[in-house]
Design a protein around this ligand. Sequence first.
Ligand code: MN
Ligand code: MN
Length: 495
Amino acid sequence: MTAGDQAEGKGESKTEGQLLSEKLFVNKKNIWDSLGSEEEGVYRFAEDYKKFLDAGKTERECITAILEALNGAGFQDISDLRSADRRSADPGPLVPGDRVYQNNRDKSLVCAVIGKQPVSAGVNIIGAHVDSPRIDLKGNPLYEDTEFAFLDTHYYGGIKTYQWTTIPLALHGVVIREDGRKIEICVGEDDKDPIFTITDLLPHLAREQMQKKASEFVGGEDLNVLAGSRPFQDAKAKDKVKLNLLNILHEQYGMVEQDFAGAELELVPAFKSRDLGFDRSMIGGYGHDDRCCVYATLRAALDMAAAGSPPEKTIVAIFTDKEETGSAGNTGAQSRLFENFIAFLVSGTAGSFSEILLRQTLGASCMLSGDVNSAFDPNFDGVYDRKNSSFFGKGIGLSKHTGSGGKFNGSEANAEFCGRVQGIFNRNKVQWQYGDLGKVDKGGGGTIAKYVANLGLEVLDCGIPVLSMHSPFEVISKIDLYTTYQGYGAFFREG
Ligand code: MN
Ligand code: MN
């Protein structure tokens, strides 16, 4: 037995220095150590989350899953509220306890539960993004080479291209045919479906390839997806493998080659999320960034809707698209969708709309930007500052700022707001930890925080630590997922 064990194990009284250290030092415990009756809830939440993750591998599918949950919980589409009198944009009165959402093109969504206080007193918002890094098809993707059919692609978001070769890929998305019909495609998720892959060079012949930098040995234009090898039976036709494939697509979906041009077809890993580790403490899967924060936000919002009485302040959940490419476009966080929705809440609850009331509401509101953070990975400890990293098992991660270099282009939360959020978590016994993305000058990143902050709200980045971020197979801890769900709930109630 060591000296330390004797001091702690035999009930000897603690020294003044030991007591002082406990009081003054940052001392985040591993939450698994103090988990009591909540254990079952942690594992059950993880099971529900895995189903959500597997059902929504694209932004559209994720929004579909969210809509299903909201409709089941009595949320109303605001376009239905308006349809009674289409001459007016006035939705009619909203009262505390009302649940509403606005679906933006099936790719982003905002929802709210109306609180007891006037909306102009400010609303409590949590925002997360439904898009994840992936590989999109180009507008004219199909070609034949050496009697193989390939799909030419354009990667979406920040990926290490080499990670996406030699793995099973599924094709998801929508095609609008010439006759105007929208066709939904999902190939590779059912065990009986075919899958796709991007080939890589065998090591035996890779001597030159292996000398290249990792950023170069699989270039963006090298991500060509193997999609067929059997020719159409005809002695005279050209490009017979491609023809055969188009014929299959025509028979199954009624589409022709030009329909690819405007389609949204996305290749994602074809595997399902799984428990990871002998102890099942973690989840491995595609798209934790940022669907783990999306799910924690959704469940916290559903709890608010199911509560016996309306929330004190109105709560709003934002599920946004295009974060991985900079939040631009009409489904991204830089669009006016969110502002428009708040305007709708203002007019719906105040009975009339005024611009100044909208600006006042935004200025009085606060938001958690729910996005994943990079967990400390001991295999790559050189890029992390151990003192300022988030760790598995230590709870919800707060990041005061984003950006790179000298905090360029990031959003930094104000000390007052950080203090307020930390206080809410402390009061509610939600363990939180502080975590920057990595060492200064090693890289950097951004979230939706800065775009919403531009409207004058208080915003703090706050989410789940993840390993292997942006790879086809990311890893999170079940206890951090659950703790984040609890933290989001506390913020909705008390923010
Ligand atoms: Mn993210
Ligand atoms: Mn990301």
